[in-house]
Design a protein around this ligand. Structure first.
Ligand code: ADP
Length: 403
């Protein structure tokens, strides 16, 4: 965009030449305001005092070197287009002039209004474009600076997070180690309490009241032992020290034996505990211990959370050489909004201290990890006050390459 009136600085010692330039400028479409300077010495002073859109400079000013004068104008940081007026035969130095930053040059004896107008408009446009580029470059530089600083800050934060991560990991490992050690230590005295209670129960001299008390000691001891085992399993799973041992075994035998071991729990609550075994081929290649823990966890939960009715363990085959173990109960059910969280460690539907059902909240988290170790999946369908079905689906044979 050109200004309405262009301020032009005309530097030339020759009055005739200046008149000629002014005459030609007047003939152009441009509206100009010309300031005339006749010596090199006045140039810098005038440029410092006034603003010009364009500078027209006579290359051969007496007493000053044209090239040096252009250089000193440029060194002042004056970024105005500079058009140099050269004499005849000065074309060779034109290259030098352009090199030191002139926008254009015009041979004096070829000056015409047309040429001047074109040169001035062109020089202003180029100058405006250059200034825009410079501004853009400046903005990029500033953005780069900010980015560099942010990057440094991010790097620092990353280092801090790494340190905190290490500390957390260390604390986490310590906690797991502590849990593993403590649960191991708790087992020894508890086993002796239970062993002595068992011995006491076998005494013929006990009154019915005493038998009831000892049975309670035994039952609570058993509960405590289950919880300690869960904590131990959980810490082993977390630290990756859970031992696995794959072998071929009869699944029907394992399921029925495990369910029988849990029957006493269902008898106390008068719950009908059944097995619906539908597999034709019972041979599987898995870890017996893992599978047994999964069944124990699910069946004991089903009995625990069922006030009355029945619990059924159904074993059947599913697509792709897989077996499914479904544990169905007619218990309290699980609210739909809690279905996903119950598989997380320490999550219980009732988290209150006055809750009716005891437990660590680790059973399902452990079960899920064990099912994963067996390359299987666990899912649940439940309805509050109607009951729940936990379904475990696992391959019949573990693929050793995937584990
Ligand atoms: P815990 O039994 O020690 O509380 P679990 O991890 O085994 O911990 O189970 C988590 C929670 O899931 C239980 O506290 C209970 O709220 C819910 N839950 C698990 N199994 C059943 C079930 N069969 N019926 C109803 N709720 C269940």
């Amino acid at each position: 965009m050109l200004k309405d009136k262009l301020a032009i600085l005309l530097i030339d010692d020759d009055e005739v030449d200046r008149l000629a330039i002014k005459r030609e400028l007047k003939k152009t479409q441009l509206s100009v305001d010309i300031c005339e300077v006749t010596t090199g010495n006045q140039v810098i002073k005038t440029l410092n005092e006034q603003y010009f859109e364009v500078i027209l400079l006579d290359y051969s000013l007496p007493g000053s070197n044209g090239l040096e004068l252009i250089k000193s104008i440029k060194s002042l940081g004056i970024k105005r287009p500079l058009i140099v007026l050269t004499g005849q035969g000065d074309e060779e130095i034109a290259v030098e002039i352009m090199k030191v930053g002139a926008a254009d040059y015009i041979c004096k004896n070829k000056v015409s209004s047309d040429l001047l107008e074109k040169a001035i408009i062109n020089a202003i446009k180029v100058n405006q474009a250059e200034l825009e580029i410079e501004k853009a470059n400046q903005r990029i530089k500033e953005t780069n600076k900010i980015l560099f600083i942010r990057n440094q800050e991010l790097q620092k934060q990353k280092e801090q997070i790494n340190i905190q991560n290490l500390q957390l990991k260390r604390a986490y490992n310590l906690k797991s180690q502590f849990l593993a050690n403590m649960s191991h230590e708790w087992r020894t005295p508890l086993n002796s309490i239970m062993g002595f209670s068992q011995l006491l129960l076998n005494q013929p001299s006990l009154s019915p009241e005493q038998i009831d008390i000892v049975q309670r000691i035994l039952k609570n001891g058993q509960n405590l032992l289950t919880m300690i085992d869960e904590i131990l399993d959980y810490s082993k799973l977390e630290s990756g020290t859970f031992n696995v041992n794959y072998e071929e075994f009869n699944l029907e035998f394992l399921v029925k034996l495990t369910v029988e071991e849990l029957r006493s729990l269902s008898l106390i609550k008068n719950i009908d505990l059944k097995v619906d075994y539908q597999l034709v081929d019972s041979l599987v290649f898995l870890d017996q211990n893992l599978l047994k823990r999964i069944i124990v966890n699910l069946v004991s939960n089903a009995i625990k959370f069922t006030p009355s009715g029945n619990v059924t363990v159904k074993v059947f085959s599913t697509e792709g050489e897989k077996i499914a173990i479904a544990v169905k109960d007619t218990g309290i059910g699980i609210p739909s909004e809690k279905i996903n969280s119950i598989f997380q460690a320490f999550e219980q539907v009732d988290q209150s201290l006055t809750r009716k059902y005891t437990g660590t909240g680790l059973g399902l988290a452990i079960t899920k990890s064990l099912v994963n170790m067996l390359q299987g999946k666990i899912s649940v369908i439940s309805e509050v006050n109607k009951g729940s079905i936990f379904i475990v689906e696992i391959p019949r044979k573990i693929n050793m390459n995937d584990s």
